[in-house]
Each structure stands twice: as structure tokens, then as C-alpha cells.
Design a protein around this ligand. Structure first.
Ligand code: UDP
Length: 442
């Protein structure tokens, strides 16, 4: 199968840990490689955000990354990308007019928009219509609910994201909670399959090097982007409660951010978190490690007693799975994808959302019962190894592609076209009635 993965802001080649570079980048890179291992030919399309990037990169056997031009080749926050979408859609349409993929898989709502548009342009030129599969990675409705006025998404997301959901041929949700959210957005549940994210099991494994920790210290870790909704503040506050309860031997390693360790004092999120640590009187126990290449994460994870993941909400959450894959017990907020991936009391501990005493209590219970902590770690590894290999995730994804391909019917009704001349009109008022919806399987 010729597969096009489209990830407008999240390049599979990007460094991870910054504000807009995390799970989606990992997902697209790993899925592309796993699909190629299954024998498929994969092209990943992403926006060129650096002048030095070549047009096309052979990223791995069977995987090519294509950099599409849209505006100046500089980084643009994803929430400011909307005006660039027509140019991206035109670039995709030109590519697919030359060589059409069998299936297109869009990642994030804006990629969905440009894929729908590009596929329509190709079909309007008399070519067979290419089916579009959508993974949202995150939903604007959820983001708005938790971030309120701090949500910097463009206003248009409110109408365009549901429209994408109602228009594409199939949706891959990454957790069961997302299915409920999609349904509330007017997406037919019959079009939604749940396929979680995966973990690189050969990298994240219990055996291997581990960082040295001073004999008198115990480490907790949080890993990921440090944006407020990831709840790192809550873990710092829990660290203070642990100290108050007599565990002043515990340090918190914070991995992630937009810069390496020696520049984290210039990172806005780093500065914010250091301020929180100072407020709680735990500055000496908080270590900001900054952005760490993924290949170096397992040695860090193996050195910690517990990984804590306390987001306000979480569409999936790969980092707890990476910890579990290394045999490390996890304490996670009972939200979103974490309720599927972590089995409470078996492979980790669930705590209520934004509950600092519960985080501290769960961590303390593990620190004081190493046998139980080890058992949870072992069970976590087994769960991830059984259900979350990228090969398994890729196979389930291919099942969805095959389903939409087998349901293909001719496309005759023109949908809205995204043109550089009229981006606002194209994106402002999508009408479900003028949009082609193909037959769906029951
Ligand atoms: N990550 C990394 N280095 C860092 C911070 C994060 O390699 O310094 C990776 C981490 O291993 C994980 C991903 O970024 O694979 C974050 O994914 P997750 O789903 O946890 O969070 P998201 O970014 O999607 O909100």
C-alpha cells in the first residue's frame, strides 16, 4: 500500500520536548517506520520550518519525509498555522496529482482540513478519490474545557474540527474517552476505531544502563512537554507534601522543555516551574533536565523509583507507557488515555485529577513498599509488551485503512476547496451538505 501520513506541524524529524513537539511527532515517526516494516511505502508530509531542510529526506527504509512550503521556512506555533493551510493543501494536491497514495492518514485537525481539500482537488481533476483517515491527537472541545481563555487555538477550530470529524472516511481515536468526545461533536461512532499509541519496546526496556543516583537520594520523574496542562506544578506540590511527611530524601527530575539542561533558566516553562519549586521550598530537590533525546530517556527512567504523570487531561500519554516498558511503576491522573493504558493497582496507580495529596499518597505508598512497586513495574512491562508494540499498532492501523479502501465508492460531489486566494472563506463556514461523505460500513 502507498500510505501518505500528513502531520502539518509535528515533524517526525523534530527534537522532542518543546511546546509543540511531543507525542504526535513520536507517533508519526514510529507509525511510519512500523508501516514500512510491514511492507508498505510511506511518505510523511510536514511543513518546512527551517530553510536548511531538504525537500525530501529518506528517513528510514521505506519512509520518506517531504517538507512542504507554507510561508517563510521558520517555526510557527501550531495555533498560528491556519493562514498557511491553503498553501499546504495546494502542495499536497500537486504531489498527489503526480503520484497518488492509496490512503491518506491525517494527524491533528489542521492536517485533516488540508487532506480533505487536497483529496477533493485531485478528485475534481478526474482522478480516483483517495480515502482520508483522521487521528486528532487532541480535541479542541477538551482543550477549551480545561484551558478556558488560555486556549490559544484559532476560533475557527470550533467549527472546523467537528467538520473534519464528520467528513473524513474514518477516525482513529487513541483512547476510549475520545470516542465519547467525538460523539458529542456529532461524529458517527460507526466511523471511529480505537487504536492506541505504541512504544518502542527495543529502546524502552527494563535492562540496560541506568543513570547514577546518589545512594542517599530517591528519584521521581515527570517526562514530557512542560506546558501548564501537563500538571508538573502538581507534582512539585506533592514533592513538598512528601518532604513534610519526612521524605526529604526524594528528588524530582523534570525531563522536557524547549531547551537543553544548561539553558533551562531561559525556558519560560522552566522559569515558571522553578518559581513553583521556590514557592514550595523544594528548589533543592527539583532538577530541570531540559530536552533529552529519546535514545537517552531509558537510562534516566531506569534510575527513578516512580514516574508521575498528572495532566489535567490527556488524549493519550505515551510517557507513562515508556516508563512501564522500562519496568518502572507509574502514578497517573485518572484522565483520558491514561485510564485505558494504566490498570489501577496492577500496572500503576490512578489518582483523581489535580489531587496533590493523592499524588503524594500514591508515591509514598510505592516508596514504602518496594516489593509492590517492583510488581507494578513488572506488570506494566508485560502489559506494554503485549499490547503496545508499534508493530501491533501499525497492523491495527492498516486494518482501518483496508476497511475504508474496501468501502470506496465513486466521488462526484465537489467539497469546499482551500485555495490560497480564499483561505478564510474556505475555512470559515463548512457546510456538511456540500461535502462529500462516502458510504460508511455499518
Ligand atoms: N520526549 C523526549 N524528550 C523529552 C521530552 C519528551 O523524547 O525531552 C518524548 C517522550 O519520550 C514521549 C513524547 O516526547 O515519547 C511525549 O509524548 P506524550 O504522549 O507523553 O505527550 P504529548 O507531547 O503528546 O502531550
Amino acid at each position: 500500500m502507498r500510505i501518505a501520513l500528513v502531520s502539518e506541524h509535528a515533524s517526525p524529524l523534530a527534537a522532542l520536548g518543546g511546546v509543540d513537539a511531543g507525542g504526535q511527532n513520536v507517533h508519526v515517526a514510529a507509525l511510519a517506520c512500523a508501516l514500512a516494516r510491514l511492507g508498505h511505502t510511506v511518505t510523511v508530509y510536514t511543513r518546512r520550518d527551517d530553510d536548511s531542510l531538504p525537500d525530501r529526506v529518506d528517513a528510514a527504509p521505506g519512509v520518506e519525509v517531504v517538507h512542504l512550503n507554507a510561508g517563510s521556512p521558520v517555526p510557527v506555533p501550531k495555533d498560528d498555522l491556519l493562514p498557511y493551510l491553503p498553501e499546504l493543501a495546494a502542495g499536497l494536491a500537486a504531489e498527489w496529482a503526480r503520484t497518488a497514495p492509496d490512503v491518506v492518514h491525517a494527524h491533528f485537525w489542521m492536517s485533516g482540513l488540508i487532506c480533505i481539500s487536497a483529496v477533493q482537488t485531485v478528485a475534481d481533476a478526474g482522478r480516483p478519490r483517495i480515502p482520508v483517515v483522521q487521528t486528532f491527537h487532541a480535541l479542541g472541545t477538551v482543550k477549551r474545557r480545561y484551558q478556558g481563555p488560555d486556549d490559544t487555538s484559532p476560533r475557527e477550530r470550533r467549527t472546523l474540527e467537528p467538520w473534519v470529524g464528520q467528513t473524513v472516511d474514518a477516525i482513529i481515536a487513541t483512547c476510549s474517552d475520545e470516542v465519547t468526545e467525538l460523539s458529542a461533536m456529532g461524529v458517527a461512532p460507526s466511523t471511529v476505531s480505537v487504536v492506541p499509541c505504541g512504544v518502542d519496546l527495543s529502546l524502552f526496556r527494563p535492562d540496560g544502563p541506568r543513570e547514577q543516583v546518589p545512594a542517599t537520594r530517591t528519584r521521581l520523574a515527570v517526562v514530557g512537554r512542560l506546558v501548564p496542562r501537563k500538571g508538573v506544578e502538581l507534582v512539585i506540590a506533592a514533592l513538598a507534601l512528601l518532604r513534610d511527611a519526612g521524605r526529604d530524601d526524594v528528588d524530582l527530575l523534570i525531563v522536557g522543555g524547549g531547551r537543553p539542561q544548561d539553558a533551562m533558566h531561559e525556558d519560560p516553562d522552566g522559569v515558571r516551574l522553578l518559581g513553583v519549586a521556590a514557592e514550595h521550598g523544594v528548589s533543592g530537590q527539583v532538577i530541570l533536565r531540559g530536552q533529552v533525546p529519546q535514545a537517552e530517556l531509558p537510562a534516566i527512567l531506569r534510575s527513578v523509583a516512580v514516574v508521575v504523570c498528572a495532566p489535567w487531561y490527556e488524549p493519550f500519554g505515551i510517557t507513562p507507557l515508556e516508563a512501564m516498558a522500562c519496568g518502572v511503576p507509574v502514578v497517573v491522573a485518572k484522565v483520558g488515555g491514561l485510564t485505558d493504558s494504566v490498570v489501577d493497582g496492577v500496572t500503576g496507580i490512578h489518582v483523581p485529577s489535580r489531587d496533590v495529596p493523592a499524588i503524594a499518597g500514591a508515591v509514598r505508598s510505592l516508596l514504602e513498599d518496594p516489593d509492590r512497586a517492583a510488581a507494578l513495574g513488572q506488570a506494566g512491562r508485560a502489559r506494554v509488551a503485549n499490547g503496545y508494540s508499534w508493530d501491533r499498532i501499525a497492523a491495527a492501523t492498516v486494518d482501518v485503512y483496508r476497511t475504508v479502501l474496501s468501502a470506496q465508492v465513486p466521488n462526484v460531489t465537489p467539497g469546499p476547496t482551500v485555495t490560497p486566494a480564499a483561505p478564510a472563506a474556505a475555512f470559515a463556514a463548512p457546510q456538511a451538505s456540500v461535502v462529500t461523505r462516502r458510504e460508511r460500513r455499518p
